[in-house]
Design a protein around this ligand. Sequence first.
Ligand SMILES: C[C@H](O)CC(=O)SCCNC(=O)CCNC(=O)[C@H](O)C(C)(C)COP(=O)(O)OP(=O)(O)OC[C@H]1O[C@@H](n2cnc3c(N)ncnc32)[C@H](O)[C@@H]1OP(=O)(O)O
Length: 719
Amino acid sequence: MKGRTAVDVGADGVAIITINNPPLNLLSVDVLLSLKESIEGTIIRDDVRAIVITGSKGKFSGGFDVTAFGGSQGKRTRKELGFLSIEFLTDIFEAARKPLVAAIDGPAFGGGLEIALACHARISTSSAQLGLPELQYGILPGLGGTQRLPRLVGLPKALEMILMSKRVSGEEARILSLVDVIAPSDKLLLKARQWALDILQCRRPWVISLYKTDKLAPLGQAREILKLARLQVQKQNPNLMHPLVCIDVIEHGIASGPRNGLWKEAEALQELRQSSTCRSLIHMFFAQTQILKIPGITDINLLPRKINKVAILGGGLMASEIATMLVLSNYQVILKEKDKKCLLDGISRVKENLQNHVKKEKATQEKLEKSFNLILGVLNYDNFKDVDLVIEAESESLSLTEMIFSELEICCPPNCIFASNSSTLSLKLLGERIKCENRMAKIHFFCPSPILPLMEIVCTHSSPQVIIDLIAFGRKMRKTPIVVRDCNGYAVTRMIITYLHAAILLAERSVDVYQIDRAITSFGMSLCPFRMIDLVGFQVVIMLSKIFVENFPDRSYKPNLIQIMQQDNREGESNSKGFYIYDENNKPSMDPEMMKYTEKARTISDVTINSKLTTLSDREIAEMILFPALNEAFRIISEGIAFRTSDLDVASVKGMGFPAYRGGIISWSNSLGSTYIYSRLDKWSKDYGEFFKPCAYLLERASDGTSLGNQVERTKSQL
Ligand SMILES: C[C@H](O)CC(=O)SCCNC(=O)CCNC(=O)[C@H](O)C(C)(C)COP(=O)(O)OP(=O)(O)OC[C@H]1O[C@@H](n2cnc3c(N)ncnc32)[C@H](O)[C@@H]1OP(=O)(O)O
């Protein structure tokens, strides 16, 4: 039976109720109504003494089908609001006079976990995954999670799990007393049955989570904890309301009793599920699942081959950054350099990177040592016999790379994948000159990688198998892979460089550098442009700018500012001097000398202070910087480089730091409309040059008023 619950009563008098909605046993109103029917039926049956709830095929429940949220449903009455959470889960389910035990394997998320929280005990496998990730969708746990979780695990831990959408394993959940006992998968039901009968026979406690108080701090102390949590979420994301609403709901339950808390939770869910934040975040969720679906590649039943050993050619900044990411993800790495000095420099850079991870408490000393032992420095190809992937990260010369790849063809096994991290080389040209073009691809990591976890894979003549392998490789490193078709440079870098050039253009033409960064931060970008340049490094930005200017001379802006600053020995965060000055803990502060550089850039470019620009509002600054990046995104779409528009939404969030709660750059542009964006760019292009000129794709859509991109299509379910 699909989308329903099934009941099976055993000879021991225990009814097993199974949520059956494959593949993830997602919840909907229909599934919950079926659960209600099953519970009510078993409660009145004389042959049923106790009840166990579980999910079919080793998956408890992935929670609510989120397509139910983000729509514009009409107002509900108070009775309708509390129906599922209060009338059913609290007054029938939790209040049942027969013990209810949850048997959890696989995912128990959102509403799924909330059903388990209303049970009188929870038995789990150690590998089960439990969590309340609702805040990721701009809503809050709406089936009692805000009230029951704090009462089961204590307020601090519950806040961490809810506010950060933190998932815990069954084993961690047991330590937190969120589950009562761990059982192996094949004994899970047996253990749960026995536990339910033990409750009945008073050998185990009959716990009603909603009325537990022993884990809750006294009101005054709880209020202090909640005050701190409010400050933290406001600091992290001042534009978001729903985390604050969630904290209010938790507080209301502690101060006025859990039942009042449940009512407030139901009202808050009704409000939040209709917000634009919810709509955007749900769009992002589906955009992220879509991004891994590449027609003709991921739909032809290929399985990824295992990549164990990776060789990196080059020991420079980027190469050592990649090597660090790889060893931290447990890959064996060979770092090859041309001479001993470069090799030692490369290896010590990897060590330094790993030490920084320990300093920032992202890795332990033990992990550092384990990771560092995975790297082998070499000067020749002797150890390349069993390498699965080679990443070329040093050469920007076609003839040199051609030579390197010809050598690799001889030294590596026939299935080895050859990837290049070069921004300048055309693999198409290279592929034509050597034999192994179908096992070649470009891959690109973003910097700083912990903040921007995107990995771009550029298909050239790459075989589907190679793309599948690289997607799996990226996911193992906890990256979000985006696959694009071949183009000059990298697709996402084109958006980023345009974004940075727009910021420099404004700074060179009068707007204060720090005002720009403030405006972009308050828009919600996780990395403002001048901090981004400092982090990436001046040298890299200058090199990428040069490529962009060479490839797109008609529309590129030639920034002078960074060159001028570089001549004055400014490199960015790496030498503690960039647009900001960095102290020994890398904390940035504004530099009064900035004015000197912007004035010099103005003189070289022969521009004068423009009073219109000095009085721009934060919103206008954000638009003048983001619309050119959007314009470039439209070019990428119209050139057919991206597989779908929503891929660029994900790319903007994971590769540029665009706020997910605005749905990504294309989804955001839809909320503004093509006519508005076109008219602004058109005006700026007349005032400040071709850099702003709206592209043909935008002109076309502004003329007929069509949408700028598609929302990810999903069938609506009802809640
Ligand atoms: C009122 C309540 O408090 C509100 C809620 O319950 S909110 C919902 C909370 N639940 C979640 O956030 C779970 C989100 N899902 C996940 O994390 C992962 O899907 C998972 C860990 C459960 C399983 O991962 P995995 O096995 O890799 O499957 P995955 O590929 O992600 O998903 C399979 C399909 O289900 C879809 N899906 C997963 N969870 C979904 C959800 N909650 N709603 C709608 N669709 C969902 C995916 O989009 C994907 O669709 P596709 O086949 O069209 O691509």
